[in-house]
Design a binder for this molecule. Structure first.
Ligand SMILES: [Zn+2]
Length: 237
């Protein structure tokens, strides 16, 4: 595993805590740029009616077609052992982002090795939603990674204390866009002063399909994207 030893910015947006990263993911023939990942407690997605204490959303934007969006959703189980590397890489920085608006740099970057190995073995469920109202992009592909990663008891409690409850309630209609993700993306494509309510476009859709495990490939390349992302939108979960 070759992870660049570059720093990343870790920030508290008030609605979630987020790490601004850069990388590439290829899925179904489309190359995506990894923009950021952020957290939800508890999980927004349920797998076979089961919820998880923590869900991480890795938000991607199409490289050739920036209107194409993809979110990899990672589930976490509380573990008596250590956290997966994506969490352990940032856990010592949690106190620095305890307050909304605060941010810090994680100089050693994020270790995605546990994420990459899980993507290689897990079943992945895909669904897509089409956003119908500007300034939202045309489509968001959600990739739900069914095999959970680990978060230690101490790390989970620390994250929960900061993130609090920020999951949308489970909806009857699959594919409805997540406010945080849409808001984050509208911050990417448009001026950050765009009204947050523009991000509330409901999604049409939706079918769920299984994706072969080998079709998702993530290459982590951390620490280069902060200037490209402006996430000062004020969103209510
Ligand atoms: Zn999210």
């Amino acid at each position: 595993m070759d992870i660049p030893d570059a720093g990343v910015v870790f920030e508290n947006l008030g609605t979630t805590i987020e790490v601004v990263v850069n990388g590439t993911t290829s899925f179904a023939g489309t190359n995506y740029r990894l923009v950021q990942f952020h957290m939800h407690t508890p999980s927004e997605h349920h797998v076979n009616d089961e919820y998880f204490p923590l869900e991480v959303h890795m938000v991607h934007q199409g490289i050739d077609d920036e209107s194409r969006l993809a979110v990899i959703a990672l589930m976490f189980e509380v573990s008596s052992g250590d956290s997966s590397s994506i969490i352990s890489s940032l856990s010592s920085s949690l106190p620095a982002v305890a307050e909304p608006g605060s941010s810090t740099e994680i100089s050693s970057g994020i270790d995605f090795s546990d994420v990459i190995s899980t993507l290689a073995t897990s079943d992945i469920q895909q669904y897509s939603g089409s956003l119908t109202t500007p300034p939202c992009a045309e489509g968001v592909t959600f990739l739900i990674v069914k095999e959970p990663l680990a978060v230690s008891v101490a790390d989970f409690n620390a994250i929960k204390k900061i993130v609090k409850f920020n999951s949308r309630f489970i909806q009857n209609t699959l594919g409805e866009a997540n406010m945080l993700d849409v808001g984050a993306v509208s911050g990417l494509n448009f001026n950050s002063s765009a009204p947050a309510q523009n991000a509330s476009a409901p999604a049409e859709n939706s079918t769920v399909t299984s994706v072969h495990e080998a079709t998702v490939e993530l290459t982590a390349d951390v620490g280069h994207a902060h200037a490209e992302v402006c996430l000062s939108l004020s969103l209510s979960p």
